[in-house]
Each structure stands twice: as structure tokens, then as C-alpha cells.
Design a protein. Sequence first.
Length: 116
Amino acid sequence: METAEVAEAFTALLKAGRFDEAAMRFWAQELATYEAAPGDFAEVHGRDAAFAKAKWWYENHDVHSTVVEGPWVNGNHFLCRMTIDVTPKGGQRRRMEEHVLYTVRDGRIVEERYFY
């Protein structure tokens, strides 16, 4: 698949709320993910580690809704904007906005970079 095809299919799954399916279908085994904030999951390598990070997120946050915009494609990269209505466990409900830059190689996402 070309980058634009991966971007469209991946983003369509995200927009439909099918995050796990999107990850299973498009994350490469050697996926690297980089958060903009420090912490235990600031830099994660490998698909299994990325799934562990996602599991932690959902165990520690109540996600009320997610709006996904994009994708915007440039070469072997694409960008999505996400607006998330979320309540951290024990915290205040808030709206988060983040942009995620994805890198595609051989039809798979090999890198995610989060910008808040």
C-alpha cells in the first residue's frame, strides 16, 4: 500500500472508533512511538510495548469521545489531529488536542510522534 492508502484506511478506522483494529492492521512490529511529555511511555519501541502503553491509557482514563481529523499526507508521512474529551481517573474532565505524525514504510506505520 502507498502512504496515502495507509493514511486513508488507518484514519477511517480511527474515525469509526476502531483503534485496536487500526493498530493491529497497520502498526509495524518495529513501531517506535514518541510522546511530547516525559514519563514512562515517552519513548516506546515495538508493537507489543505500544499496546501496553495503550492499555495503560485506557485503564487510567475515561474517554468520552474522540474526534479525528485528517489525514494530511506528505511523502511517506501523514498527520492526524485528534480532539479527545477525557477524564483521567481521579482527575478533572478536560479536552485534549494532539497532532500525530506517522511515518509509513512498506505499507506499515513504523513511527508515531505526538504533539500537544
